[in-house]
Design a protein. Sequence first.
Length: 342
Amino acid sequence: MSRRHLYILNPRSFPLPGALERMKADIADYFKMRDADGLPKEEYEIQISTYPREAIVLIRDYVAKIDSADTLRVYACGGDGIAFDCVNGMVGLPNVELALVPYGSSNDFVRNFTINGEIGASVTTVFRNLKLQAEADLIATDVVKCSNQQSTIYSLCDCLFGVEAAAAYNIASLQKKSAALPSFLRKFGKNLMYTYGGLQAVFDHSVIHEKYKIIADGEDISGAYATINISNIPCYGGDKNPVITACPTDGCLDMLTTKGMSPWQLLPVFTGYLSGKFCKNTKIFTLRRVKKIEIKPESPQLMVNLDGEAFFDLQSTVEVLPGAINITCPGGAVYRRWEPVK
């Protein structure tokens, strides 16, 4: 039995000239340092993920060619997109661990860690430390499973329906359309795209008044909802934390629903919702802690957003897989817990 390391790099997270090559060189330097220190030799491989979901294939192909008793640590180097792909490549595989090396625009999952009481940039710095990541202990972490009769998709962060799913889809579409613009214009227009994409969703009557057939842990809670946020973690969207009660080690998902209403009713309360103040208005928002949710819309198509990735379905079953992935916690990182909103 041996220990192996597989680094999967998203080149879109290293856009500056030479950045990707420097990352590869840093990885090689770490293993040269190990050899110089006389530490046991451990094999490593670097792969570049050139298109969405390729990491799934890269992980499974690598696992297929090594001894099943070997321990493999997979490093998702980039943002939440490459982390999403790596999770979907490794769930259910024995002796496979996940290290998140954050170089994305949001790094939502890493934002849920704290180290010695510190959050934010200092945590990101520790998670980028290749030595600390290679030597880090592990935290058994829950995973969200979203399935239908044909397919199964996994996520670390959340599963969104309604306004939030539609807004994420609108924003992604706007970002694709703006891809040809100079980088300074894209950066300048980022907040505008987020605002416009969100307003598009809020003023879409078919979204904010969608009727759903929902069974949550055996209870029928069917009705019209503007949003359905099923969270494994509090943070999402870079700077938002609507479901502050969520914890990725408690074996449950926190399901926060917003009843269907007009845009003019929704807009005044949504800013507070996005900052975790849903408890201030229990007539509009309802929080449930659940393990399994079956959901089907009245309309022909269900828009699903998993960790920022948009999918379309007819119906979905969302459930928690307790402790399904072991994630590294460099520098003694632990999951944050939010204080109740007063």
